[in-house]
Design a binder for this molecule. Structure first.
Ligand code: F6R
Length: 610
């Protein structure tokens, strides 16, 4: 922040708002005043922000109107005060915070060591600040020094910098890591995501790749890497600040689970035209290309990848287009065959996931058309893809995704219906019936959420479980993958998901008396098959909870130990309802085990590094 107000409390508040992303240490640097010889005070603390708040007396102990702050998630070197940011030169001529990874930091470090620089931390960031300083010592000009360093550095970065001799300015530079700049009458703000500054301003500038900016209390100037000034239009953020607050819920995750009906409702509405038909003209999907479309790749990470797994079943069934699903971290490092007339769909809540972004670029390199299903407006993936469908889930704060996942599923359904109609696989009446069914989902989700206590009771009984296996067939398998990920990431109970038919090919040897198996069996044509699997695991001592349709609950109760009935919808849309009890179950299991639900250990909300 740079402006008229005390910087430290603003920095600390901003860091608090981004706490949900996960971190292990934090630090701030604040300039005492704007005299050329004014001190820059740096305070760092390992662990939670609380420690930094205590050390700085909530910011009061570090007065000044200009400063930078950072929470670190260790990539190079252990979490420690020494490795925490800001990093600086010995003479404090440059002070810097960094998100991203400098790939050639060893080589830079060795060269700078030879020319007399000393290094104290194990971080890649320290190489960046000293490299910028070495250029700065030659030119005396920050933008020149930063742009020279940008040419030398390989990797990703969002830098925010203070130069001792430029008391009235902050500087930023960006490549591949998220960075936004906000402005209001009180000053200018730098952040890696909107929630950090939402209570101060909604006027935001997105800074592009390989661009720099100089911020003063009253203005922002943007430059390309050749230091030519460039014009940027500010964007008004529509989110309200409340949507980034807990609103009476104990955790963001529980709040976001309950926001799913609204997220789904908003997302559907955004895809419908006045006649109530799915209309993607806003995304300017090219009709001629769609007519020639021969296959679709879904590429994503984590839960977004699980949406892709569901998408494969839905699109092949409804639109009869061959679909392939890939993990972005794999896709980016192989030589995928992306023939002509292929659409590559990247799914990402944050729009900043490093592997998904790299996969998007790879797909473009191979000549594919790309479509991004993204939640964060203006994010890098949204900007770089040929077409964008936004999900309207609003800000998602809990690390474990829930409402963004549900909104992504919805986007996939809308895509499948539109493609199916386009290719003559669905009549207008059939498409209208499916849209109507989509519109009924939020109400059914609300009904499911009213039954939360039953799941809470079940979760409290199962918290001692050492292992949980999720099984299902078809779309129920896709949802099992997501249920298992939710469970392990927030409750730390070991869990695996298997296609139920795979059990006897290996995993069944892990079943022993007391093992918990959660079977998802909501597809009538596969019900008997899954019941047979339940009998197999029960014969080996497992306890089984079965999620099934209300109409099949009684039958399931003859085989499973516990049954959770789910309202019925069109079979292809059933995952939207099935996922909810699994999210709630993971939430209450984590809560009962005393886990930090919103900020599970070792995880970050936006995985902007590899
Ligand atoms: C799990 C979870 C992650 C993300 C994954 C991709 O609850 O949140 O698995 O789904 O890191 O993130 P985005 O969607 O931001 O690309």
């Amino acid at each position: 922040y740079i402006g008229k107000k005390q910087a430290a409390p603003i920095l600390l508040r901003g860091l608090e708002k981004l706490e949900y992303r996960g971190y292990d240490s934090a630090g701030i640097a604040v300039r005492e005043n704007s005299a050329p010889d004014a001190k820059i005070n740096i305070v760092k603390a390992k662990g939670r922000l609380k420690a930094l708040l205590e050390k700085t007396d909530c910011g009061r102990a570090v007065p000044g109107l200009c400063g930078i702050g950072h929470t670190r998630w260790a990539t190079h070197g252990e979490p420690s005060e020494l490795n925490a940011h800001p990093h600086c030169t010995d003479d404090l001529s440059v002070v810097l915070v960094h998100n991203g990874i400098i790939e050639n930091y060893q080589e830079i470090r060795e060269k700078l060591t030879k020319s007399g620089y000393r290094f104290y931390s194990q971080t890649d960031t320290e190489a960046a600040v000293k490299l910028i300083d070495s250029y700065y010592k030659q030119s005396g000009e920050p933008l020149t020094a930063i742009s020279q360093a940008m040419l030398r550095i390989r990797g990703s970065y969002a830098f925010a910098m203070m130069f001792r001799d430029f008391p009235d300015s902050l500087f930023v530079a960006r490549k591949d890591s998220p960075l936004i700049i906000g402005q209001n009458g009180d000053g200018c703000y730098i952040a890696s995501d909107v929630p950090a500054i939402l209570d101060s301003t909604r006027t935001v500038y997105y800074i592009g790749n390989l661009e720099m900016a100089q911020l003063t209390a009253g203005a922002v100037h943007f430059y390309n890497i050749d230091r030519e000034e460039i014009e940027k239009e500010p964007v008004q953020i529509q989110w309200d600040a409340e949507s980034a607050e807990k609103g009476g819920y104990e955790h963001f995750m529980l709040k976001e689970i309950h926001e799913q009906p609204q997220a789904v409702r908003d997302t559907i509405q955004s895809y419908l035209n006045e006649q109530g038909e799915i209309d993607f003209s806003a995304a300017s999907l090219d009709d001629a290309f769609l007519k020639q479309l021969e296959r679709i790749y879904f590429v994503a990470c984590g839960s977004a990848y699980h949406v892709g797994v569901a998408a494969q079943y839905v699109l092949e069934d409804l639109a009869k287009i061959p679909v392939r699903v890939e993990l972005a971290s794999e896709f980016r490092y192989r030589d995928p065959l992306v023939p002509e007339n292929t659409l590559v769909v990247i799914i990402s809540q944050s729009g900043e996931t490093a592997d998904s972004l790299a996969a998007l670029r790879k797909a473009k390199e191979q000549g594919a058309k790309t479509l991004a299903i993204v939640n964060v407006v203006g994010s890098t993936i949204a900007r770089e893809a040929d077409y964008v469908f936004y999900t309207l889930a609003g800000p998602e704060i809990a690390v474990a995704t829930t409402k963004a996942y549900s909104a992504q599923l919805l986007a996939v359904y809308a895509l499948a219906i539109a493609f199916a109609q386009d290719r003559g696989q669905l009549t207008d009446d059939q498409a209208a019936a499916l849209v109507q069914e989509l519109e009924s989902l939020p109400g059914k989700m609300e009904r499911l959420l009213e039954d939360e206590e039953r799941i809470q009771w079940f979760a409290s009984k199962q918290i001692a479980a050492k292992d949980i296996f999720f099984i299902g067939r078809g779309l129920d398998y896709a949802i099992s993958l997501e249920g298992s990920l939710k469970m392990k990431e927030i409750s730390y109970i070991h869990s695996e998901a298997y296609a139920a038919g795979e059990l006897k090919h290996g995993p069944i040897s892990l079943i022993e008396p007391g093992t918990l198996v959660i079977a998802v069996a909501t597809i009538p044509s596969l019900f008997d098959k899954t019941m047979a699997n339940i009998r197999e695991v029960k014969a080996r001592g497992a306890k089984v909870l079965c999620l099934t349709l209300e109409s099949m609950a009684q039958e399931a109760g003859k085989t499973a130990d516990y049954v959770l009935p789910i309202p019925e919808t069109h079979p292809l849309l059933q995952p939207s309802l099935n996922v909810i009890p699994l999210q709630v179950l993971a939430y209450y299991a984590a809560l009962a085990r005393g886990c930090d639900v919103d900020k599970p250990r070792n995880l970050a909300k936006s995985v902007t590094v590899e």
